[in-house]
Design a protein around this ligand. Structure first.
Ligand SMILES: [Fe+2]
Ligand SMILES: [Fe+2]
Length: 134
């Protein structure tokens, strides 16, 4: 299954859609580097993805606070879980270097967990924001 962002994942808030696209781009670069097995290339890309995950979640959490989003805590808990998964991936990568397990973990993270979060929780947030501005 490809790890690219597709229009089916659009939530309709341009800033968030751009950030999701960037997340997929960074994850895809990391997957390619993991497959190539070059540790010196993988390490900065892990950091590059980890930083962006934190940045993106912080930005959504700011948006949720600014609109007094009722499901803030649930959404934030999902972010915490997703961030922890990336943290675990980064530490396995630091310990063992690029390997098929880390590649699979990242692939599953992006194509399963992140997709699911965007498709349900981020969409719900966007629906709320759109109602809120009307
Ligand atoms: Fe998101
Ligand atoms: Fe989110």
């Amino acid at each position: 299954m490809p790890v690219q962002w597709t229009a089916a994942l659009a939530v309709g808030i341009p800033e968030i859609d751009h950030q999701h696209q960037e997340l997929f781009r960074r994850a895809e670069r990391l997957i390619l580097a993991l497959r190539a097995g070059d540790r010196s290339e993988v390490e900065p890309l892990v950091e590059y993805l980890t930083d962006y995950v934190a940045e993106h979640f912080a930005s959504e959490e700011r948006l949720m606070r600014s609109v007094a989003y009722p499901a803030y805590e649930l959404h934030q808990a999902e972010h915490a879980r997703l961030r922890a998964d990336v943290g675990e991936l980064a530490s396995r990568c630091a310990e063992y270097g690029p390997n098929p397990l880390v590649t699979l973990m990242l692939h599953n993270w992006i194509s399963d967990w992140l997709r699911r979060h965007i498709g349900s929780s981020d969409r719900a947030l966007a629906r709320f924001v759109h109602q809120d501005v009307r």
